[in-house]
Write a protein that binds this ligand. Structure first.
Ligand code: SF4
Ligand SMILES: [Zn+2]
Length: 143
């Protein structure tokens, strides 16, 4: 994918975006600052798609002060909603919204069962709430 769009972003050449620790440490000032920094950026959409695809953490991107771990995962989901990507329907009583998530066995990043890879780049389809297709099938075969 071409990344020519980057030079059109407000953040181009601005180190202030590179580290969320430069932002106010408390919420909601932190989120608000990140939001204001990207507000009106002409390449917001491209940036949001890339953020989800690369799973960026710890930087300001697409109007978010991206955190780590579960925090980042829910921020990617917020971006998915902003982009109008299909919302995820999964029956998982623990964490209904946290996708992508890791396969318990191979640690690969999984997308919800039945979803297309196009919408969840670089993921493998889940078979159950914590196992990917492949690991699930392998487990069945060896049973
Ligand atoms: S949305 Fe924000 S992080 Fe993304 S390109 Fe624009 S200014 Fe940079
Ligand atoms: Zn697996």
């Amino acid at each position: 994918m071409s990344s020519e769009w980057r030079s059109k972003g407000f953040c181009y050449g601005d180190d202030y975006f590179d580290d969320v620790d430069m932002l106010p440490s408390h919420e909601p000032a932190k989120s608000f600052t990140a939001q204001s920094m990207c507000k009106g950026c002409p390449v917001f959409k491209e940036c949001a798609i890339e953020t989800i695809r690369l799973r960026d953490v710890g930087v300001v991107k697409a109007g978010k002060a991206l955190g780590y771990g579960n925090k980042a995962l829910s921020q990617y989901n917020e971006l998915r909603v902003e982009l109008g990507l299909p919302t995820v329907r999964v029956s998982d009583k623990f964490n209904p919204d946290l996708w992508p998530r890791d396969c318990r066995h191979c640690d690969r990043s999984m997308r919800p069962k039945g979803q297309q890879e196009m919408l969840w780049p670089n993921t493998i389809e889940a078979r159950s709430h914590d196992l990917c297709m492949e690991c699930h099938n392998r487990a069945e075969k060896s049973a």
